[in-house]
Design a protein around this ligand. Structure first.
Ligand code: PLP
Length: 411
C-alpha cells in the first residue's frame, strides 16, 4: 500500500476513504461482507497478470501450470464444501453464473419459471431490462399476499400449465427458507431442470446453518462475496451429468479468460468456510438477523413474513409513514448503511419503495452479538422516525464500532 501511495496518491486516497467509510458506519447491506485480509491478499496478487482461457490441464495459453494449482484448489474446496459432483469457479459474477447456467440448459425462446423481481427475485430471473427477460419466455411466480411466503401451489399450477424447461428458485430479498425438495418434486413432475440461485444464502449453506440446495437442484449458482465472505465473483456447482455443459457455457460461450487472482481468492474463501469456525459464524449471522428483525418489529417496523430464517430481513415501513428511500437517506445520515427495497405488493415504485432490506453478514464478521445487533435495530428505528436524532445515533454507532472494528489495519 505504501508503494501505491507514493506512485498514485490520488487513487490511494480513494482506497483509504473507502476503508474509512466501511469502518465508519454500520453496514447492514444484506449482500455485503468484509472479506478477510487473506482473501484481499490473493486479490491483490500477480495472478491478475495471467491469461488462462480453458480449464486446468487444458488451457489455450502457455505458462498456466501455477495458476492451474489455484483453480484446482478452488474447485476441490468448493466440491468438498458443498458436497457437489462438479464445480466451476470461473464466473465473474452472480449474473455471469446465471447467464452461463441458462446457456447450458436453454435455447433462446424457451420457457422458464422464476420468482418475480417485485416479490424478491433477481434481475437475472426474467426482468425485462435484463437479458433473461429478453431472451426467454419467463413465467413469474411470487409470494402469497397473506403469508408473504412463496406460493408453492401457484408454482406447481404455473409449471403444469406452461411446462417450463427450467424452474429457477432463489431470491435476492426473501427472508425465509426455500423448500428445495418441493421445487424438485414440481420440476420432476413437469420434466424441467431445477436451478437454485443461492447467491444470498450460500454462505449459510456452507456453514451448515440452513439446508443446502445442492442435493436437490441440477445446478446451483451463487456469488462468493455475500455471507460466504469471499471475493466479488460467482460460481456454479452441478451434477456430474451437467459438468461438460456448464463448463462449455462458462467458457467459451459466456466468458473469455478467467480472473485468476479472483479464482485464487475464491480458493482462500472456500478454505476459510471449510474451517469449523465458519459454522459458528453462519449460525450467528442468523441469530443476529433474528435479533435485528425482532428489534425492528418491537419498534413497529413489521418484518415481511413476520421474521427471518436467514441473514436478512425485509421490513415494511408503512406503519411509520416514511418511505424506503427516505429511510435509507436518514439512516445514512446517522452512520447506518442499508438499502431501500420493494416489499411484496408494494404500492410505491422501486425508486421510492415502502421497505428496507437489512442483513447481518457484516456486523457478524465484526463480532457483534445479538444484543448489540438488537440495539442497532432500535437505532435504525430512531433514525428512520426522526432525522433530528442522527447525531446521537451516530455517536452510539461509533461506540459500537470502537468495540468491533471491521479491519484492524490497512491490511
Ligand atoms: N442472483 C441473486 C439472487 C442475487 O441476489 C444477485 C446479487 O445480488 C445475483 C444473482 C447477481 O450477482 P452479481 O451482482 O455478482 O452479478
Amino acid at each position: 500500500f505504501g508503494l501505491l501511495r507514493r506512485q498514485d496518491p490520488e487513487l490511494a486516497q480513494v482506497l483509504l476513504d473507502e476503508l474509512d467509510r466501511e469502518r465508519g458506519g454500520v453496514q447492514l447491506i444484506a449482500s455485503e461482507n468484509f472479506a478477510s485480509p487473506a482473501v484481499l491478499a490473493a486479490l491483490g496478487s500477480a495472478l491478475t497478470n495471467k491469461y488462462a482461457e480453458g480449464y486446468p490441464g487444458r488451457r489455450y495459453y502457455g505458462g498456466c501450470e501455477v495458476v492451474d494449482r489455484a483453480e484446482r484448489l478452488a474447485v476441490a474446496r468448493a466440491r468438498e464444501l458443498f458436497g457437489a459432483e462438479h464445480a466451476n469457479v470461473q464466473p465473474h459474477s452472480g449474473a455471469s453464473a446465471n447467464l452461463a447456467a441458462y446457456a447450458a440448459l436453454l435455447q433462446p425462446g424457451d420457457t422458464m419459471l422464476a420468482m418475480a423481481l417485485p416479490h424478491g427475485g433477481h434481475l437475472t430471473h426474467g426482468s425485462k431490462v435484463n437479458f433473461s427477460g429478453r431472451w426467454f419466455d419467463v413465467v413469474p411466480y411470487g409470494v402469497r399476499r397473506d403469508t408473504e411466503l412463496i406460493d408453492l401451489d401457484e408454482v406447481r399450477d404455473l409449471a403444469l400449465r406452461h411446462r417450463p424447461k427450467l424452474i429457477v428458485c432463489g431470491a435476492t430479498a426473501y427472508p425465509r427458507l426455500i423448500d428445495y425438495a418441493v421445487f424438485r418434486g414440481i420440476a420432476d413432475e413437469v420434466g424441467a431442470w431445477l436451478l437454485a440461485d443461492a447467491a444470498h444464502p450460500i454462505g449459510l449453506m456452507a456453514g451448515g446453518a440452513i439446508p443446502s440446495a445442492v442435493p436437490y437442484a441440477d445446478v446451483v449458482t451463487f456469488t462468493t462475496h455475500k455471507a460466504l465472505r469471499g471475493p466479488r465473483g460467482g460460481a456454479i456447482v452441478c451434477t456430474a451429468e451437467l459438468a461438460g455443459r456448464i463448463d462449455r457455457a462458462v467458457f467459451p460461450f459466456v466468458q473469455g479468460g478467467p480472473l485468476m487472482h479472483v479464482v485464487a481468492a475464491k480458493a482462500v474463501a472456500f478454505g476459510e468456510a471449510l474451517r469449523p469456525e465458519f459454522a459458528g459464524y453462519a449460525r450467528r449471522v442468523i441469530d443476529n438477523a433474528r435479533a435485528l428483525a425482532g428489534a425492528l418489529a418491537a419498534e413497529g417496523m413489521r418484518p415481511v413474513s413476520g421474521g427471518t430464517d436467514t441473514h436478512l430481513a425485509l421490513v415494511d415501513l408503512r406503519g411509520t409513514g416514511v418511505s424506503g428511500a427516505e429511510a435509507e437517506r436518514r439512516c445514512a445520515a446517522a452512520g447506518i448503511t442499508l438499502n431501500r427495497n420493494v416489499i411484496p405488493y408494494d404500492p410505491e415504485p422501486p425508486a421510492v419503495t415502502s421497505g428496507i432490506r437489512v442483513g447481518t453478514p457484516c456486523v457478524t464478521t465484526q463480532g457483534m452479538e445479538p444484543q448489540e445487533v438488537a440495539e442497532i435495530g432500535a437505532l435504525v428505528a430512531a433514525a428512520v422516525r426522526d432525522p433530528g436524532v442522527a447525531g446521537k445515533v451516530r455517536e452510539r454507532v461509533s461506540a459500537l464500532l470502537a468495540i468491533h472494528p471491521p479491519y484492524l489495519s490497512e491490511y
